[in-house]
Design a protein around this ligand. Structure first.
Ligand code: DP6
Length: 323
């Protein structure tokens, strides 16, 4: 029996991934940029055992079967092929953030799975190989592999579609205040959303303009220019949601409180505060700010009607082995 444990953080996309050129391989239609979220993490232990008849998956103490298990087994199959082994595996995963809080857990989950399973199988992939492997489980997971601020270069095939760090966590002391306005599970998940992105007449314009937004965002990060960052991440989030809302079927993830927070964040910024919003495939709002104003932002967000909780994160490191 051979066992390994890995720890990964989720990430928040500053320039979003929405739509694939190849759904099966998760080759995205456009590149994306994110930051890892320290304070939130998934810890996964994988052990390959000759006696197991099937792969087994336990998440937060509950056995998972069906589609969830299949998605994990597909990654384990890629690892078994690389390592030249046939044993089935037991996968035990725990999130330290409330499950069902509406925080996408698949990025951290597949990043931790990729690292733990490859090491348990006796294969030591490079960071690039690991990012490609995590991408196969969930596209955004490839961005949780490298440290800090990360860019996923879209590429055109399995070999050239992976994420790299563009700046370490200590480069810029930013924070994320995640305003939870609805904690239930969403009706349409990202995988299905990527499939229908192309049905929106706005998607081609969004994808065509992506290199420009990526350049502005990357530069803003490298120069630590919060104002430039604020404008480009809000534009990018709004463009993705415009595509979602105009796809067939249309996807409307926002709640009334989501929009309340947009107004508040814009007012706060107009009054001189460094703060910006971005939203993934759900109603909860990620409020990005320098860490020195994080407490103030948390306090203000908690006063908005409809905000049920606020989770706090700073910029996180790479996916790593964990005893
Ligand atoms: C809106 O990576 O969750 O969060 O590859 O199907 O698992 P799958 O999709 P996923 O999509 C993320 C969509 C997003 C934007 C982003 O994180 O870039």
């Amino acid at each position: 029996m051979s066992t390994a444990t890995a720890l990964a953080h989720p990430n928040i996309a500053l320039i979003k991934y929405w739509g694939n050129r190849d759904d099966a391989l998760r080759i995205p239609s456009n590149g994306s940029i994110s930051m890892n979220l320290d304070g939130l993490s998934t810890r996964t232990t994988v052990s390959f055992q000759p006696s197991l008849p099937f792969d087994e998956l336990i998440i937060n103490g509950r056995e998972v079967t069906g589609k969830g298990l299949e998605r994990v087994s597909d990654i384990l199959d890629l690892v078994r092929a690389q390592a030249g082994i046939k044993d089935k595996a037991e996968v035990i995963s725990e999130n330290n953030f409330p499950s069902g809080a509406g925080i996408a857990s698949s990025a951290a989950a597949f990043a931790a799975l990729a690292l733990a399973s490859s090491h348990a199988a006796g294969w030591t992939p490079s960071e690039e190989q690991l990012s490609r492997l995590a991408r196969r489980g969930s596209g955004s997971a490839c961005r949780s592999i490298p440290a800090g601020f990360v860019e996923w270069r879209a590429g055109t095939c399995d070999e050239d579609s992976f994420a790299v760090s563009i700046a370490p966590p200590e480069h810029w002391d930013l924070a994320d205040c995640i305003a939870i306005v609805h904690a239930g599970h969403k009706k349409t998940g990202s995988t299905e959303g990527h499939h229908i992105a192309g049905t929106s007449p706005l998607q081609s314009a969004r994808v065509a303009d992506a290199p420009r937004r990526l350049d502005i965002c990357r530069e803003a990060i490298l120069r630590r220019d919060f104002d430039a960052l604020a404008h480009i991440i809000e534009l990018d989030s709004d463009m993705m949601h415009a595509v979602m809302q105009t796809s067939n079927p249309p996807l409307l993830y926002w709640q009334a409180a989501t929009v309340e927070i947009f107004h508040a964040v814009r007012d706060w910024r107009a009054s001189g505060l460094a703060v910006a919003y971005t939203v993934d495939a759900g109603p909860n709002v990620h409020v990005i700010c320098p860490r020195e104003v994080q407490k103030e932002m948390e306090h203000r967000l908690r006063e908005i009607p409809g905000v049920q909780d606020v989770l706090l994160a700073k910029v996180g490191g790479a996916t790593r082995m964990n005893g």
